[in-house]
Design a protein around this ligand. Sequence first.
Ligand code: NAD
Length: 373
Amino acid sequence: MTGALSESPEPLPVVLVGAGNMGRHWIRTIESTPEVRLVGIVDLDLDLAARVAQDEALDVAIGSSVSEVAARSGGAAVVNVTVPAAHRPVNEEALFAGLPVLCEKPIAPTLVDALQQAALAEVAGGLLMVSQSRRYFTELVRLRAIADRLGRVGAITTEFYKAPHFGGFRDRMEQPLLVDMAIHQFDMARYLLRADPVSVSCSSWNPAWSWYDGDASAAATFEFDDGARYSFTGSWCAPGRETSWNGAWRISAEHGTAVWDGDGVPEADGIDSLPEAPDGPEEIAGSLAEFVRSLRSGEVPQNEIHENIHSLAMVEAAVLSARTGERVDIAQLLELRYAEAVRTERRTDVRERLEQWGSVARLRLRGAAEVAS
Ligand SMILES: NC(=O)c1ccc[n+]([C@@H]2O[C@H](COP(=O)([O-])OP(=O)(O)OC[C@H]3O[C@@H](n4cnc5c(N)ncnc54)[C@H](O)[C@@H]3O)[C@@H](O)[C@H]2O)c1
């Protein structure tokens, strides 16, 4: 990876792009993290950016262009909290201005867009990391250590049942649960299994009492490349006995079983004692810490864009399976989307880089080798 910062005791000056709901959470997290320092806020809505800065009592540069604000404020890295359709233009401008980016999930609305951004990051030579923040629950890290001790995994299941009334864009989406939420659990399953998905069969539906326009319920079963199966069932209009936001997990393995309610300490049989949960920041504070660490060390972080594309592929494959009623082969889907990415990329340098890949095997090479630790 290029663009690593030297070991430096100084806090990393960061520009935040996207001052909406999640942007405010990020601002507070950046402000409470000693390793970083907020120097600028960017939003197309300048009044909003100025209002947020005022509300949070911040004396920072305000503007609508990430490269211009970074140049004016001395920003050396970017946190992109815009809506998914704006991730590419913001990441492109930042990366070609020499600024590494930590970008909110999902990295893109489509796999085609995500593949194009992976090639773009290669051309620009900078780090593009996705904030897949639910990987940073310390009890999930402990659950993975338990799974490692339980031997080969046969099956993992997640039940996710909540009844939130968000209002806004989620109520209008065609697949609110699969697209806006399940990417977290799909990514957590990949994290636990240390494997990548091969295929999926998925069904989605909208219960009669649903307050969503699109399908608020889904059931998906994935096959992984180590032979394990991962089954997700969930609903966003399921009042009563709600699960945690992480969902309720069960791991069935060669030497025993582990269960986790997504909040507390996991339970397991088949092992003598529970491994320790690590200390460390959770959720977006956890992804921010890993981003800074990787910039200081030059090491490739979890959720570098090439690696993260496999989680986005699980979502797009599940949506396709739900629409067609067919099992979807994920490698085939990635190859189809790769061909479309080459055909539709508008930048010559990025298109040429995509062509050099030859196939999406490039994703697997980078992902598997670099995230195995
Ligand atoms: N990790 C989580 O648990 C979690 C939770 C909620 C949202 N998110 C993600 O955070 C992101 C933002 O979500 P939100 O709910 O804050 O959305 P939002 O609509 O409240 O805010 C987005 C902001 O981005 C600004 N914007 C849009 N295009 C821009 C551009 N080209 N340049 C600069 N600013 C631009 C908009 O003006 C708006 O202020 C999404 O990717 C969403 O999926 C993640």
